[in-house]
Design a protein around this ligand. Structure first.
Ligand code: UD1
Length: 418
């Protein structure tokens, strides 16, 4: 099995462009299933989750042409409403195919989704929202058999009990071609929701208010094909910034939308980093030794992102003082802590709270990626550790970071895959 070998202690240095957002590409690819015609998506990252989304589209009868970071989806020959179980299990985002498949075919048959093990990740809000829009859903033996009660989804008022990103996406896509208007209250406000709405609107949809907690969708008859560029990946950008912070390096991260990282900048500064933020790039210089970040609570956007919790924990491991993490989004998102402790970190977990007492140095060790963001946290720790770190189980990291060893090598890191 492939591993990353990292020799720690080398400050990152240089400039790096950030690839397209995984969490935006996946719902947009799902939405493409409800489009009549051709979708051309640019800046679509070359990641295993994107491969999985393309496989789902192929399994539905869509024609996919992929060249580097451009994906063309042609739904002309779409003739199936069934997503095979092994593809559903590949990733959690596969559930976002439910709305678009039903919108296009009137029916959908899928199983429960897989994805990172972050504790129970129910899909009740997705199902309740789509039921309210007129989808009959029968659950039997892990299979969801779904059929529209009428020809189309029918617009309604949906109030989410939690601003779930995935459920908001599913509902927006379904509502786009519903009969009448849909109002979503307590909608997720993540930038990826705005990207999805921009894509749908480019296809002729009428989605208003994306990025705010109340979204209004005027249903249109059908969606037409378009050409669209996916937004940059804000979590990948945050990860590279963490890499500079933990190694005392100096880097510029380019091709980003820096305002999407506003919840992180004050924390970097609090920890002793120097920053210069411009609209599409950020320069960061890490200090000799980081200071602790105090208490970090993961929250829906615009709060501190749950996806940045593990990378942040890695950099806190070597910061001077105590850092406290409160994980409010997922129940079991501290699996990386045990691996960081193998490298000499001092972490105590109490339910949703993690207490990190900063140590002067981490030491290279053989560690295993436990999930996507937990895996990248180990890479960050390895960049700062004394000696060599090997990180195994790279399938998790490859779900969200395009050739991570190549990007980090460009910044001067000693890292290779074998
Ligand atoms: C979440 C993150 C998103 C991140 C993505 C990938 C939040 C709010 N969402 O999105 O920013 O990019 O993971 O790691 O930070 N839930 C239910 N029922 C549902 C759906 C969700 O109870 O039907 C719960 C989940 O169990 C979880 C919370 O709501 O505790 C957040 O879920 P949701 O936003 O839907 O997750 P993702 O869409 O995966």
């Amino acid at each position: 099995m492939k591993k990353l070998h990292i020799t720690g202690g080398i400050p990152l240095n240089g400039e790096l462009s950030v690839h397209g957002a995984k969490n935006s590409s996946l719902p947009i690819l799902a939405a493409a299933a409800s489009v009549h015609g051709k979708t051309i998506l640019h800046n679509c990252p070359q990641l295993s989750d994107v491969d999985a989304a393309c496989e789902i589209l192929s399994s539905l009868g869509c024609r996919i042409i992929r060249t580097a970071t451009t994906v063309e989806v042609d739904t002309e020959g779409m003739d199936s409403y069934h997503v095979p179980e092994h593809l559903m299990r590949e990733m959690r985002s596969s559930i976002v195919f439910l709305g678009p498949i039903a919108a296009r075919m009137g029916k959908a048959q899928i199983s429960f989704p897989g994805g990172c093990e972050l504790g129970p990740r129910p899909i009740d809000l997705h199902l309740a929202g789509l039921r309210q829009l007129g989808l009959n859903i029968q659950e039997e033996h892990g299979i969801l058999d779904c059929e529209l009660r009428q020809d189309k989804f029918v617009g309604t008022h949906i109030s989410l009990s939690f601003p779930s990103v995935g459920a908001t996406e599913n509902i927006i896509i379904a509502a786009a071609t519903a009969e009448g208007d849909t109002i979503i209250s307590n909608a997720a406000q993540e930038p990826e929701i705005i990207d999805l709405a921009n894509f749908l609107n480019a296809c002729g949809a009428k989605v208003y208010g994306a990025g705010k907690s109340c979204i209004v969708v005027h249903g249109v008859d059908r969606l037409h094909g378009t050409e669209f560029t996916v937004m940059p990946d804000r979590i990948v950008a945050a990860t590279y910034l963490c890499g500079a912070a933990i190694t005392g390096g100096e880097i510029t991260v380019t091709d980003i939308q820096s305002e999407q990282l506003n919840s992180l900048f004050p924390l970097f500064k609090k920890m002793g980093c120097q920053l210069k933020e411009e609209h599409d790039k950020v320069w960061i210089k890490g200090p000799q030794r980081l200071r602790s970040c105090g208490t970090v609570r993961t929250m829906p956007y615009p709060g501190f992102p749950t996806d940045a919790q593990a990378p942040w924990m890695a950099i806190s491991c070597v910061a001077d003082g105590t850092s406290v993490f409160v994980e409010n989004i997922f129940e079991s998102r501290y699996k990386h802590a045990g691996e960081l402790m193998r490298m000499g970190a001092n972490i105590r977990i109490e339910g949703r709270v993690a207490i990190v007492e900063g140590v002067k140095t981490l030491y290279g060790a053989n560690v295993e990626a436990t999930d996507l963001r937990g895996g990248i946290a180990l890479v960050l720790a390895g960049l700062s550790a004394q000696g060599e770190t090997t990180v195994s189980n790279l399938c998790h990291i490859d779900r969200g970071y395009e050739q991570i060893e190549k990007s980090l090598s460009l910044l001067g890191a000693k890292i290779y895959r074998e």
